[in-house]
Write a protein that binds this ligand. Structure first.
Ligand code: HPA
Length: 267
């Protein structure tokens, strides 16, 4: 196995292609907590490869995060790589491991990546639990970056405006928002949430931003979708509960799956 993260992604891409019997893929989707059932709606499963069979992938630690790549053929004949599970900084993984799935998808030929996540809502005035929100931009508060060196990558439009408009064409009710990422694994304090509202954040989570940066570095077009699973800490009075976050994901999986299926065939 290679030490260089880009070569390692190339090795994983080769293993994926061999396991799927395909030369290239059209799109990759990274699914967040509780989104696994949504993957079923995207199309017919052609192959499923456990992370443990792919160079550089690590098995996710959290219950509710799967740990395999599903190769899906959509109704329109497109091939999607669905990453069921991702690795997070809070699991103790290095940043290179967190973005390895996206780099592998890029090395396997995809041009577009759909990053999904579960997020706390920073604007309960306008957001309902269970609503998908299109990520329009992000604030990276993880303190790390997947790129090392002098690649001064432009991040003016990380989340493609073209793709957001395409999704709004499918579902005009979808709002847009700025996603803030903390490292976790603790949920935030109410004071942190007040700070993030002041800073212009709309959604808070523990993933996505590093993957989005790595995707832009690889030249991929990025679509980000957050599922609002709870009002952020201190905004509703109740303590936050990981089980409730997962439950909202399960309850809204069908809506997300139907939306994603339509989007994937229009990309
Ligand atoms: N904070 C951070 N991550 C999350 C939240 C939250 O409130 N909800 C789901 N993921």
């Amino acid at each position: 196995m290679s030490n260089d993260p880009y070569s390692l992604a190339g090795e994983a891409a080769a293993a994926l292609k061999a396991a799927a019997g395909l030369d290239t893929f059209d799109v990759a989707l990274v699914m967040g907590s509780g989104w696994v059932p949504a993957a079923d709606a995207i199309g017919r499963t052609v192959a499923e490869i456990p992370f443990t069979d792919l160079p550089g992938f690590s098995a996710p630690a959290v219950a509710g995060h799967g740990g395999r790549v599903r190769v899906v053929r959509t109704d329109a004949g497109r091939h999607a790589l669905v990453l069921l599970g991702r690795s997070h900084l809070y699991e103790g993984h290095a940043v290179g491991s967190v973005v390895h799935g996206v780099r592998t998808a890029a090395a396997a030929g995809v041009r577009t990546v759909v990053l999904t996540n579960a997020a706390g809502g920073l604007r309960p005035e306008t957001q309902q639990v269970g609503d998908p929100v299109l990520i329009s931009d992000h604030i990276n508060m993880t303190g790390v970056n997947p790129i090392t060196g002098t690649t001064f990558l432009d991040l003016t439009e990380v989340y493609s405006k073209r793709l957001r408009e395409l999704v709004q064409g499918v579902d005009p009710s979808l709002a847009e928002g700025v996603y803030v990422a903390f490292r976790g694994p603790t949920y935030e304090t109410p004071a942190e949430i007040r700070m993030l509202r002041t800073l212009g954040g709309d959604l808070i989570g523990m993933s996505t931003v590093l993957e989005a940066i790595a995707a832009r570095e690889a030249g991929l077009e990025v679509l980000g979708i957050s599922l609002v699973t709870n009002p952020a800490a201190g905004l509703a009075g109740d303590p936050l509960d990981h089980e409730e976050v997962l439950e909202v994901g399960r309850a809204t999986a069908t809506r997300m799956g139907v939306l994603l299926a339509k989007v994937v065939d229009r990309l």
